[in-house]
Design a protein around this ligand. Sequence first.
Ligand code: ADP
Ligand code: MG
Length: 279
Amino acid sequence: MADIDNRYIIDYFELKAKLEDEKIEGGLLKNLVIEYSKQERKLAELVKQKNYILGMAAHDIRNPLASIKGFADLLKDNSVGELNTTQKEFISIISNAASDLLVLLNDLLDFASVSQGSIELDLKENSLSELLLERIRLIGPLAEKKDIKIVFTGIFDERTIFFDRKKIVQVIDNLLSNAVKYSFIGTKVSVEIYHKINEESVCLDIYDSGPGIPEGEEKKLFGEFKKLNVSPTGGETSTGLGLAISKKIVEAHKGKIYGKNSDKTSGAVFGFCLPYEVN
Ligand SMILES: Nc1ncnc2c1ncn2[C@@H]1O[C@H](COP(=O)(O)OP(=O)(O)O)[C@@H](O)[C@H]1O
Ligand SMILES: [Mg+2]
């Protein structure tokens, strides 16, 4: 009998201790919930402030910067009178610095817009091949400056799929401009489009003739503000945001983006696949 009583006594103390623990945990949880909602409100306020600053950057910095660049270019081209060599050199520095700042500002604004919650897509029926050819034509002059040839090696594909044209333009432009930016002078960039029938997707690959991706750095490629141990071959600007923006856009389309060293050419291959059906 005494044994049984002892067992009950032990159980009673165990139970009491347990209840007390739970009371403490319950209190802690309540405090955590209160603290969490306080921090959540603070965060919402900070996001509002960040958006305000970015809005200001968009209108109050981009426009004057574009004027600086525009007027510097007018002076550089002798449109308002002949400049001497030193004046020309200085005005070129001003024009190039303004261009670099515009690239950075545009990347920051694009990054901010694709980072806010879910990306809104304006899905319309489009041809990826047609868009690609248009973008290759537009980047032509930039490639020519480095004596780089961009060749389309695939078959022109008639199939149309649904995607957000403006956003996919950003992705193609970034991948193409990276291929030109990192390829060595006087080389070739080749681009192709193909279908993965079993995965019901269409893919676009861009092979460059640059240094490729340094060993062990592949993971950094699509990170924000991440630059690898390779430099643009013609002194171009680098922000390390283009691939992060592109990843968000492709993933919003339920697609995949990738970059690796090519086994066909000396450089890297970057590409993405878009599903036939986004939804
Ligand atoms: N084609 C490429 N070959 C080698 N490295 C590349 C290539 N494309 C991108 N990278 C590396 O990935 C980084 C991130 O690319 P990205 O986000 O487009 O930034 P950015 O073009 O401003 O340098 C680049 O800074 C570069 O180090
Ligand atoms: Mg880039």
